[in-house]
Design a protein around this ligand. Structure first.
Ligand code: SF4
Length: 453
């Protein structure tokens, strides 16, 4: 079959904030870069390319549609698939985290199912379309060596125009996490072995995209401090030479075991660590893959150490483990206030497909029936907790979110973060004003979705 155009779609519910949105379609940018130059390729983001329904209606039999979706967006992916079929599109390929974790669901309505990372199978599929040898399922079983893989092309960078449309560009440095926290999908979506992109390729990509700030997509970047310190030194020294404004990343608190790397991180323009403390309840330690133990004295020490190095800390906490009660939530808030966190994320434990946590709930018949996938957004309760009723959990979660994300609290945390940052670098202060308030504001928006859905 001749291909007129390949359209890659990213469902996105984030909406526009001051003219821009979040959630750069980074995965699709890389897949679009694997499309041969002589085939037209476009990336459509639901938030930006509006109304997407009308654009899909203009597609036809010689167009290929690819959709990537997380669990919470999979119903939208299915909706777009049906619209594409109505328009006459014959080949709608669906991949991403949910398709990888729950292929038996996606194969019911997608023409072509993609599981795994698709770096190798996506180019094969395009050739198969041209040769009329398409298969219903492309399974990428290899964890790709990240060197030289899916280098972003200039046509894709120009088309997406991140500066104009997105608040924070995304970047990948490492992928994979050997921890196996009972609720996390990383091991199944990104692999157990941590992989590293060559430093030269990262620097080249930053320069060619002309970005001066970014959020890492890495599952647990901080673990690389222990696994590959030489790589981290090389990376930080290279980043330090770039005119970056700031960058942020998810991590675990063991980065504080490496003070010399924290110094280099600051010089490399690292602004904030998002640290997965997860729980202040020591009884939950077995669920946390060994990275946290629910010991607040340890957490406090880690926060102080990171602050001393001029780097901010966003605390990530999850509620709803089997040992949790409403008291756990309020203990968390008490701790967060006393620990001087820059921002605080508090999410509801969510049983994503493919996780040990979900398997355990299924065995015990504890999943709430008929919950739509769009509520698998870490802000809704989708299962029966062990030590609280669903109603109590909802009530207390709403109450604590209203407390933590009250505008006064956001202002208080942001001002404190700003004051702390000013001690380390007056020069960077103007850049810190936005970053000191935006993280909490983003979490507040996620919480607000509870009442919009
Ligand atoms: S440490 Fe983080 S990324 Fe790794 S398995 Fe646990 S939650 Fe997932």
């Amino acid at each position: 079959m001749d291909i007129r155009k390949i359209v890659l779609i990213q469902p996105n519910r984030d909406g526009i904030i001051f003219g821009k949105t979040t959630g750069v379609p980074y995965t699709l940018m890389r897949l679009a870069s694997l499309v041969p130059d002589d085939i037209e390729v476009e990336i459509w983001d639901e938030t930006i390319h509006r109304p997407l329904e009308e654009k899909i209606a203009e597609l036809g039999a010689n167009d290929i549609v690819g959709i990537t979706a997380k669990t919470l967006a999979i119903e939208t992916a299915e909706h777009f698939t049906h619209l594409a079929h109505k328009a006459g599109v014959k080949h709608v390929a669906v991949g991403g985290a949910h398709a990888t974790l729950m292929p038996e669901h996606v194969e019911q309505w997608a023409d072509i199912l993609f599981t795994g990372e698709a770096y190798f199978t996506w180019p094969t599929f395009i050739q198969d379309v041209l040769n009329d040898t398409i298969k219903p399922h492309y399974d990428d079983t290899e964890w790709a060596n990240l060197a030289g893989i899916a280098r972003l092309t200039d046509r894709v960078i120009d088309q997406v125009d991140e500066e104009r449309h997105y608040w924070t560009p995304l970047l990948e440095i490492t992928r994979g996490c050997p921890r196996n926290c009972s609720f996390c999908t990383a091991i199944r979506v990104s692999g157990r072995r941590m992989r590293f992109r060559p430093v030269e390729e990262i620097i080249e990509e930053i320069q060619r995209r002309n970005i001066n700030r970014f959020f890492l997509t890495d599952d647990n970047f901080g673990l690389a401090f222990r696994l590959n310190p030489d790589y981290i030194v090389k990376l930080f020294k290279a980043l330090a030479k770039l005119p970056l404004r700031s960058w942020t990343t998810q991590s675990e608190m063991m980065v504080t075991d490496y003070p010399e790397l924290l110094d280099l991180a600051r010089e490399a323009h690292l602004d904030k660590f998002f640290i997965g403390f997860e729980s202040v309840n020591p009884k939950n330690r077995h669920e946390l893959g060994g990275k946290s133990k629910g010991l607040t004295s340890q957490y406090k020490k880690a926060i102080d150490t990171i602050h001393k190095h001029g780097i901010g800390v966003v605390g990530l906490f999850v509620y709803g483990f089997d040992e949790d009660t409403p008291k756990t939530m309020w203990d968390t808030w008490k701790f967060a206030k006393s620990a001087g966190l820059d921002s605080m994320s508090q999410t509801v434990l969510t049983p994503y497909p493919g996780t040990p946590f979900r398997d355990q709930l299924i065995q015990k018949n504890r999943l709430i029936p008929d919950i739509p996938w769009r509520l698998y957004d870490t802000a809704h309760i989708t299962y029966y907790p062990k030590l609280m009723s669903v109603e109590t959990f909802i009530h207390e979660y709403d109450k604590i979110c209203r407390t933590v994300y009250h505008p006064f609290r956001i202002l208080q945390r942001g001002t404190r973060a700003l004051a702390r940052a000013s001690k380390h670098s007056i020069r960077r202060l103007p850049h810190r004003v936005f970053s000191s308030f935006s993280t909490d504001y983003g979490y507040k928006r996620t919480f607000d979705w509870r009442h919009a859905t």
